[in-house]
Design a protein around this ligand. Structure first.
Ligand code: 13P
Length: 280
């Protein structure tokens, strides 16, 4: 069933677990993620980032994501990730996404607050949740830029929460998008401080490459949503490659099945690590 992200994250906060937010690029990935969620009875979030719309146009993949969420037997929120433009955020809201992110992390805090407030006003008539980001998560969602990391200042998080009333807040604690070049050293002290000082559900971006131990510690310390993108794409690509190498692809539909399997395996693994199984 299609649900609001606010409700998913409120339940996660009470239950002390984190909900996986999986990036998808096509129908096969949507099917694989939902197959894992249904099998494990897990709430889940389907997301697509604005930078990915070149490959997967929003007017095509958006209705697919919303329809798949409606049909699912577990709670599914549909989220627009790293929204940059009002036009695309508005389009996602019109298509029935139950959550949108405005990424103003590159802006000075005052501007990030002002712009986030405008997006919250825009989303209000739709009832959709809004996620924002403060501090700077390393890398970019499509791997095209090297962005230096700069950790969230807990005092900024308090001010941001008070002045925006945002539904979910992505923070930077040494996490980065894409595959990590070195083992990430997450600043759990910063996470603990932000979690203590604020009430807003917290989001960890850059999930690919974080260890199961660190994921669990994040969920226990106050993260309620974890974004996974690169691991999904890598799992699909590697599963397809493996199936070719094993001589298991005899035609198009074997290829399609391998894609679904790649997305399924990745979502299944992460749902178990995050402890979301059985929470639907
Ligand atoms: P990864 O590509 O590192 O999994 O990051 C995903 C993400 O944070 C999308 O917003």
């Amino acid at each position: 069933m299609l649900v609001n992200m606010r409700d998913l994250l409120a339940d996660a906060r009470v239950g002390g677990y984190a909900v996986g937010s999986f990036s998808v690029a096509n129908m096969e990935m949507v099917l694989g993620v939902l197959q894992a969620a249904e099998e494990l009875r897990a709430p889940v979030i389907l997301q697509i980032a604005e930078v990915r719309l070149r490959q997967s146009p929003l007017e095509l993949i958006g209705p697919l994501m919303v329809a798949a969420a409606r049909q699912a037997s577990v709670p599914v929120a549909v989220h627009f990730d790293h929204g940059k433009t009002e036009q695309k955020i508005g389009q996602a809201l019109e298509l029935g996404f139950t959550s949108v992110m405005f990424d103003g992390s590159h802006l000075p805090l005052d501007e990030n607050i002002a712009e986030t407030c405008r997006i919250i006003e825009m989303a209000r008539p739709y009832g959709a949740a809004v996620e924002a980001e403060i501090g700077c998560v390393g890398g970019s969602e499509d791997g095209s830029e090297e962005i230096a990391m700069h950790c969230t200042d807990p005092a900024d998080a308090v001010r941001f929460e008070q002045e925006t009333g945002v539904d979910a807040l992505a923070i930077a604690i040494g996490n980065a998008h894409g595959n990590y070049k070195a083992t990430p050293k997450l600043r759990f002290d910063i996470l603990a401080q932000v979690a203590e000082d604020t009430h807003t559900p917290l989001v960890l971006h850059g999930g690919t490459g974080i260890s199961p131990e660190d994921f669990r510690r994040c969920a226990q310390t106050g993260i309620q949503k974890i974004n996974i993108a690169t691991a999904t794409f890598d799992s699909v690509e590697q599963t397809v490659r493996g199936a070719y190498d094993a001589g298991a692809i005899g035609g198009y539909y074997d290829l399609q099945e391998a894609e679904v399997q790649g997305a399924y395996k990745n979502a299944h693994r992460h749902i178990l690590i995050f402890g979301t199984d059985g929470k639907a």
